[in-house]
Write a protein that binds this ligand. Structure first.
Ligand code: 5AD
Ligand code: SF4
Length: 498
């Protein structure tokens, strides 16, 4: 009988992609994915170390599986991703029931490690037992063997197999891996290693393969994606702008191309021009500001001032007035005063962010910040600042959305609106009111399966009436009203302006 695999993913899109590639490789070995962790032959956690909270979730999962391993030594347990890299073999001391440990740069070797663990599982449960398999290596590679890392990276990404029936509604393609920025709070350069850029032709081929298999939207991934530059052996250089033009040109049948995450300082005019000129590149930029105050930006080692960030926003908006810019913020960084924090609110208003992801500072082992600065902002102050910034961002969203009412917007149809139908089924009452608009009543038996949901090029959620056969296509929707989370409208024939 086929062996079953339970793979749970924590963290960023990069991890989602790694999991997809790992799953593809293990499927190739005959494994079948299951949602049932308790009966799976192999359980793998693809982990995130960015904040302590993300790690705690994994520690608790690992604790829950201790008894299972004791009762069934043949069951195989793996930890992959950033926690594996950060903790290293230390993890076996607290958790001797783990069989496999594999850092993000070694994932191409995971199938062999799983095979090895399956054949040797059931061995003695002690640290020195040879059944433990661990592969990490980013820190070594930072200085010496970058070429090896580059080749390994390609092995994993090139292994991608697209099967019929795969959900390609959100297809990811990596263009860079790792990060060289060393922001003082961040573990990523330590866990994912140095920045490595993929050859442009491999990226183009992979996007092409996904589009041929039916992908309607492809998101290019990189930790600091706009820093991409590939130096060819003949001395030519492919810049990020060149790559955008090339992918866009090679896939005229791809309705939408996106990319995340951008580093504000590295945005060239050429890359912004490429976004403006290529009509199927979404006008969406995730370019985290992280803070609004220059002293804090310096302590964070972000490498730009808030004036430079504003200038970047201006350059983007000059070319694309409708561009949706999204930010991340860290609040409660050591020594942050109330006044300094307030400047985060100022930049949210100035940049009119479409959305902000706001995090309370979490000291991470191995980073400069944990060594150099005391985590001196009390938890309740962090929480209050987090809530205040969320509220300001909420006001900005309301203003941004109100400005869209009356506009006709291009929407990619994703399917039936779960939000609306779930609410209708659960409450059987007024649908509209909770969304900040005109009320519409719906009895418990009334079906609402004609409510569709889709997203704009700026990643706004739009709900409108339509036929499910529109799924995967582009339609134009006139926006009638808006709530904080959602725009509501109706399909129209006229051309979209946004
Ligand atoms: N504490 C809190 N937030 C963090 N981030 C990264 N490291 C930390 C940390 N130590 C946030 C940053 C980054 C996002 C992915 O996570 O805002 O952009
Ligand atoms: Fe972390 Fe800074 Fe690199 Fe982003 S740019 S991954 S925050 S070190």
């Amino acid at each position: 009988m086929a062996k079953t695999l339970y793979l749970e993913t924590f963290g960023c899109q990069m991890n989602v992609l790694d999991s997809e590639l790992v799953l593809g490789q293990l499927r190739g070995q005959g494994y079948v994915a299951t949602d049932d962790r308790d009966t799976a032959d192999v359980v793998i956690f693809n982990t995130c170390s960015v904040r302590e909270h993300a790690e705690q979730k994994v520690w608790s999962r690992l604790g829950q599986l201790r008894d299972r391993k004791a009762a069934d030594p043949n069951f195989v347990l793996g930890v992959i991703g950033c926690m594996a890299e950060r903790e290293g073999a230390e993890i076996f001391k607290r958790n001797p029931h783990i069989d496999i440990l594999c850092g993000p740069a070694e994932l191409d070797k995971l199938p062999g490690m799983v095979q090895n663990a399956v054949t040797t599982a059931g061995g003695r449960n002690v640290i020195s037992d040879r059944r433990h398999v661990a592969l990490m290596g980013n820190s070594v590679r930072r200085s010496s063997t970058l070429q090896v890392a580059r080749d390994d990276l390609e092995m994993l990404d090139l292994s991608r197999a697209v099967s019929p029936g795969d959900d390609l509604s959100q297809a990811y393609v990596r263009i860079t891996r790792g990060c060289n920025k060393f922001c003082t709070y961040c573990v990523v350069p330590h866990t994912r290693g140095p920045e490595v850029h993929r050859p442009p032709q491999n990226i183009i081929d992979e996007v092409r393969k996904l589009v041929d298999a039916g992908a309607k939207e492809v998101t290019l991934l990189g930790q600091t994606i706009n820093h991409y530059a590939f130096d060819h052996s003949d001395g030519r250089r492919t810049t990020f702008a060149d790559l955008l033009y090339a992918v866009h040109e090679a896939t005229p049948d791809l309705p939408r191309l996106r990319f995340v995450t951008s580093f504000p300082r590295d945005f060239s005019d050429e890359a912004l021009d490429a976004m403006r000129d290529c009509e199927r590149i979404c006008r969406y930029l995730h370019a985290p500001a992280q803070h609004g105050n220059n002293r804090l930006l310096k302590l964070m080692n972000r490498g730009y001032s808030i004036e430079q960030y504003r200038e970047f926003v201006d350059r983007a908006r000059e070319r694309m007035p409708d561009i949706a810019i999204v930010s991340d913020f860290i609040v409660g960084f050591p020594t942050e005063t109330d006044e300094e924090f307030e400047q985060c609110c100022d930049i949210v208003r100035y940049a009119k962010f479409k959305q902000s992801f706001i995090f309370k500072y979490s000291p991470r082992p191995g980073t400069v910040a944990i060594d150099r600065f005391e985590d001196d902002i009390p938890e309740d102050v962090k929480r209050a600042r987090n809530n205040r910034l969320l509220a300001v961002q909420g006001e900005v969203i309301a203003e941004n959305n109100a400005a869209l009412v009356g506009q006709t917007i291009e929407v990619m149809v994703e399917g039936e609106s779960k939000l609306v139908s779930r609410r209708a089924k659960a409450t059987g009452v007024e649908l509209g009111a909770g969304f900040g608009g005109t009320a519409r009543s719906s009895g418990p038996e009334e079906t609402v399966d004609t409510q569709l949901v889709g997203r704009t090029r700026g990643d706004q959620i739009v709900v409108f009436d339509g036929d499910l056969s529109l799924k995967g296509g582009l339609v134009n929707v006139a926006i009638d009203r808006a709530s904080q989370m959602t725009l509501f409208g109706r399909r129209v024939a006229e051309a979209a302006v946004v």
